[in-house]
Design a protein around this ligand. Sequence first.
Ligand code: SAM
Length: 353
Amino acid sequence: MLIEKNIQGGSALTRLPNGLVCFVEGALPGESVEVEIIEQKKDFAKAVISKILSPHEKRRIPPCPYYGKCGGCNAQHAEFELQIEILQQIVFDLFLRIAKLNLPQNFKIHSGNQWNYRQRAQVFKTNNDKIPWGFLERASNNVVPIEKCFVLSEKINQKLNEKSNFKKLYLFDNQSEKFLGKHIHADETVFFQSNLEMLSKLIDFVKDAAGEGAMLLDIFSGAGLFSAFLQDKFESVLAVEENPICQKFAKKNLNANCKFYAESAENFFSRNSLDLSKACVIIDPPRPGLTNNLCNFLCKAKIQKLIYVSCNPATLARDTRKFLNAGYKLANIHGFAFYPQTFHLEMLAEFNF
Ligand SMILES: C[S@@+](CC[C@H](N)C(=O)[O-])C[C@H]1O[C@@H](n2cnc3c(N)ncnc32)[C@H](O)[C@@H]1O
């Protein structure tokens, strides 16, 4: 069976002799493999590799001893360079299929260290006296005891030895919130990016895209991360975030020219009528992307500078199509490899009206 390509999430796509689409775990583009079907549906099948007949030249032996069992990583069998090539292909395909848009050939995925990059993690108590913490197995609630994880920072790895009676723990390397010359206040109870090296790079791009001006709206602001780096460039900053816990951190992170609204974006816009045509608006929604209502509202607002940070290229592609239909132009688009050894990434798209 010839593997055509990888799709979002990392599964590889091939076709069975009867033409049925088949998703193969752990295969790489161009490989010839023998497979064992593990699930057969009307429209597609799922399979695992039984034999690799011709491996990709950038296939490697996964360095981590827990790989395949632990549900954390699913791309270690590809050299990092190939992981980036695959991510690029996945994003191109999603934009072509969902946004009906050919991304520019120079679309780039920026990357950093492939190991020891995670500064936060959720770990689960094991039944093992010697190895107290672990990660969940793939698609299961079983805990795999982990002594050392190759993608966690050294500091977080040291915390894996600590004993506690809790069933699960959020490990957060709070020494490392200092970056790009600022100390950002946040803790494990609120959203905060886990890869600070890549976050610095993303923030540089967000700062470049935002420039300066009268009003900045930071929607889905979390603890006010983007606002903290842009507040000196805008006369007034409005940060909107529905998680009320973020407020105490935003108070520390933001200056007097910033106002924090602890409410949903939908609520905020229904209560305030603002002329956004000259504003810079940053949106950074969770994986489902924008709700229909919010997307339609932003389409109609004809915003001069709309910066969309996304952790899901499929929903970004969907919302991009809506913005393009509404008359926005896609000025720039970049990918950022925040989660090496997985097929996830962050994206930044800059729209102008
Ligand atoms: C991907 S995080 C981004 C946070 C922040 N921009 C950062 O980089 O640290 C998305 C944030 O949106 C918040 N959120 C989710 N749905 C929301 C909504 N409808 N309105 C406002 N905030 C929302 C979540 O609580 C979360 O903090």
